[in-house]
Design a protein around this ligand. Structure first.
Ligand code: C5P
Length: 238
């Protein structure tokens, strides 16, 4: 990935579109400024592993497959094996699947596929957790899930920028991936806890996931280039 400008290696673009040709067009436009392309459920449910292989072949970028797996350990282990075969480099699972499921995921992933655990979905609040029987704050519950995933061998996590610093101090070598990024002055959409690219980098995020601010921009390539430049600036001299 030596062809990428500084900062671009830490930018993942979410290809959140229903049509694979549209997603591939977007991916090709932004690939010069982003090291990672994220394929989510919308594309994967419709096109399957082809979505991963085509994005990878067309862009020569790493593919982040955001499936948030949560099932019995054997099923997850087999699904992770299939994801690996598609050529994905990063894959999400729910930490709430429990220790054995997480161990199965990391075992199947091996060295070439980075498992990323989702702790508490950003769409849930304390009331949702209480209704589900977890009578503790979102922060405490997220830390409990983080510790469980870490103990199971998971080293990558999805986290809001607000939690990066505390998770980083809990496990300094963790790989922290942050969605909810909005360039200064951008619309928040349905993201509740947002951060600018510069503040996410300053907090210690390793990879920033950006969807709508790039997808919906008049010029997605320019939007990606500006975000990569902001990441580079905030990262300081290499
Ligand atoms: O459009 P936006 O920049 O909000 O996109 C963020 C991407 O990250 C979406 O694909 C969304 O599904 C994903 N994501 C998230 N929050 C999480 C996990 C994943 O926004 N906790």
């Amino acid at each position: 990935m030596t062809d990428l400008p500084k900062g671009a290696d830490r930018l993942a673009v979410a290809l959140d579109l229903p049509d694979l040709d549209d997603a591939l067009r977007l991916a090709e436009r932004v690939a010069p400024f982003a090291g990672v392309m994220k394929v989510g459920l919308e594309l994967f449910v419709r096109y399957g592993p082809r979505a991963v292989t085509e994005v990878r072949e067309r862009t020569k970028r790493r593919v982040f497959l955001d499936l948030k797996l949560h099932d019995i350990p054997e099923t997850v282990e087999r699904a992770v094996t299939s994801a690996k075969a598609s050529g994905a480099s990063l894959l999400t699972v729910h930490a709430g699947g429990g220790r054995t499921m997480l161990e199965a995921a990391t075992r199947a992933a091996g060295a070439d596929l980075q498992i990323l655990a989702v702790t508490v979905l950003t769409s849930l609040d304390a009331r949702d957790l209480a209704e589900l029987g977890a009578g503790e704050s979102v922060e405490v519950h997220a830390k409990r899930l983080f510790d469980c995933a870490w103990a199971a061998g998971v080293r990558g996590f999805i986290t809001s920028a607000a939690e990066v610093a505390s998770l980083r101090s809990r496990q300094p070598t963790s790989y922290l991936v942050t969605p909810g990024i909005r360039p200064t002055g951008g619309a928040a959409g349905d993201q509740k806890r947002i951060a600018t690219p510069a503040s996410a980098v300053a907090a210690g995020s390793d990879l920033l996931v950006v969807g709508r601010p790039i997808r919906d921009a008049a010029d997605p390539a320019l939007a990606a280039r500006e975000i990569a430049a902001e990441i580079a600036l905030a990262s300081g001299p290499a």
